[in-house]
Design a protein around this ligand. Structure first.
Ligand code: HEC
Length: 269
């Protein structure tokens, strides 16, 4: 990892354009099979699947970029501190520079004016809005939920997030009445949601050269959100494996011991 975070070109204007366009134009185009959001989303292959799964670090780092450059414009993630990003392999220098680039509310100055201060690695991720009420007011009535536990809210966590992030249809499918200011998504409750499609092909440039398709970004941000919902899981798995190994060794020793003692009792030694 380079010492400073690489810059990205995020096409926020695209997001804005889409949100202005809204779902108000429904051009009847193609026959469309509606999916029930209650159905289980298709299963994707995840690096962290299963008891021995480990997070793909490159994907985690790309996922954090997606969060930092796109999702964090609207969604907070208050349970994480910048230092927690050591867990996805960012260096202390990168983390320091990243935290420093964010402005936090500081103490009031002598004239009673509010000030700002640069962030430190111990700060929790900066929230985009001062409060949920302010967020709701800015976002047409619904506050974007905090993303700290997003991957745990839905029964099919990762698969649902991926399906949802790749499940927009703009305009809404033929025959579906558009809802002004809402966007059609196969996997949203009631199919319409207040969040404009956040992912756009090539909206950012990954420094590792991975093409930033919508699907790739969805995969990476989902991996990051699953990690973020339980950042200490990897450490716990390591300890767990150590404990199991220790118990196996103990068991073997106990067997050897038992054999030895019984041999003696039978008059062998
Ligand atoms: C322009 C602001 C904005 C951006 C950028 C944004 N979101 Fe949202 N998001 C919202 C709003 C507003 C809602 C609530 C919408 C609603 O409930 O109608 C929401 C809801 C969601 C939900 C739905 C939760 C649920 O249970 O239904 C998920 C998941 C989500 N966002 C993920 C993301 C991810 C991942 C990103 C970044 C790739 C992102 N959002 C970027 C504004 C945004």
């Amino acid at each position: 990892m380079p010492a400073t975070l690489p810059r990205f070109i995020v096409m926020r204007s695209t997001l804005l354009g889409l949100s202005l366009l809204g779902a108000s134009v429904a051009l009847p185009q193609h026959a469309y099979a509606q999916t029930e959001p209650t159905k289980a989303p298709p299963h994707q292959k995840w690096s962290f699947d299963g008891p021995f799964g480990t997070f793909d670090q490159a994907s985690l780092q790309r996922g954090f970029m997606v969060y930092d450059h796109i999702c964090s414009t609207c969604h907070g993630m208050r349970s994480l501190t910048y230092n927690d990003l050591l867990g996805i392999g960012l260096s202390p220098q990168t983390i320091g520079a990243l935290a420093h680039s964010k402005q936090f509310p500081g103490p009031v100055d002598e004239d009673g004016q509010p000030t700002t201060r640069p962030g430190t690695p111990d700060d929790h991720f900066k929230a985009p809005f001062p409060s949920d009420a302010a967020a709701a007011a800015m976002m047409g009535g619904v506050a974007p939920p905090d993303q700290s536990r997003l991957a745990l809210i839905h029964p099919h966590g990762a698969d649902w997030l991926y399906a949802f992030l790749t499940g927009y249809h703009i305009p809404a499918p033929a025959g579906v009445a558009a809802v002004p200011g809402k966007f059609y998504n196969d996997w949203a409750d009631g199919h319409f949601i207040g969040m404009p499609p956040p992912l756009v092909n090539g909206a950012l440039t990954y420094p590792d050269g991975t093409p930033a398709t919508v699907e790739q970004q969805a995969k990476d941000i989902t991996t990051f959100l699953v990690w973020a919902s339980d950042p200490h899981r990897t450490a716990r798995h390591h300890i767990g494996k150590g404990v199991v190994l220790y118990l196996i060794v103990l068991l073997l020793l106990a067997f050897a011991w038992k054999k030895k003692i019984w041999k003696r009792l039978h008059g062998g030694a």
